[in-house]
Design a protein around this ligand. Structure first.
Ligand code: ADP
Length: 224
């Protein structure tokens, strides 16, 4: 069953986001403070401490970088683009990772070009994010199937992986700020993606079966 993912109550989202940011930033700051104290009392210069401190600063930096996009919406740059070309441009950026993982991208494109009015950079950000998540979900070689087609008055792109899948009870958490199951994840990718698709008056849906795989489907109104 497909679940609509854009039904979050906005205020609740802002509240969660604020709580999340406070929490995510406090941890590295506490740790930085601790190391400063340690270095003061030690009086010894410790390269290892500096390494950890540097890493903590990177964490705070990455959170701030991702959130800037929310705080200061860039002027929208809507142009007519065809979805296949946008997707192929994303593929160039991900080629290395796809090759390394021995994943095959299976393209199922409709014959006609599917043109939508969109902000290409933002849609690219969404597609890269979804393909990256698909790659992360796959533990070994397999296929990612990308379908681009027309459904009613929408252009539709679906990205199907053969990864670990998402347990049913976690589906509602997707797109909540900082929800991640990855040790190196920040849990902001889907939140940003949902926001971008919403700005395009589009829809995003997910269908997943643990142990089998996941399909994310995006639809954007067609330009006529
Ligand atoms: P991050 O990738 O940093 O964890 P995201 O917001 O992109 O942040 O994803 C949040 C979580 O959603 C992931 O940690 C993962 O648990 C789950 N997820 C997203 N896409 C997939 C997928 N294709 N297959 C399995 N789980 C997924």
């Amino acid at each position: 069953k497909e679940e609509n993912l854009l039904q979050n109550d906005k205020l609740a989202v802002i509240g969660q986001l604020a709580a999340g940011i406070a929490h995510e930033i406090r941890n590295p700051l506490t740790s930085l403070k601790g190391f400063i104290q340690l270095m003061r009392s030690d009086k010894s210069f410790n390269e290892q401490y500096l390494k950890i401190m540097d890493n903590e600063i990177n964490v705070v930096e990455s959170i701030s970088r991702e959130l800037m996009v929310l705080a200061k919406p860039q002027p929208e740059d809507f142009k007519l683009c065809d979805i296949q070309t946008i997707f192929e441009n994303c593929m160039t950026l991900l080629e290395g990772e796809i090759f390394q993982k021995r994943v095959k991208i299976i393209r199922k494109y409709s014959m006609e070009k599917i043109t939508v009015l969109c902000d290409e950079q933002k849609i690219k950000q969404v597609l890269i994010n979804l393909v990256k998540n698909a790659l992360d979900a796959m533990e070994g070689p397999g296929n990612i199937t990308v379908k681009i087609s027309k459904r009613g008055n929408h252009g539709v792109i679906s990205i199907k992986d053969e990864g670990v899948g998402i347990p049913n009870e976690l589906i509602d958490k997707l797109g909540k700020p900082f929800f991640t199951t990855k040790s190196n994840g920040n849990g902001l990718g889907l939140m940003m993606s949902f926001k971008i698709i919403e700005e395009h008056n589009g829809k995003i849906a997910v269908k997943s079966e643990p142990g089998v795989g996941t399909v994310f489907t995006i639809s954007i109104p067609l330009h006529d």
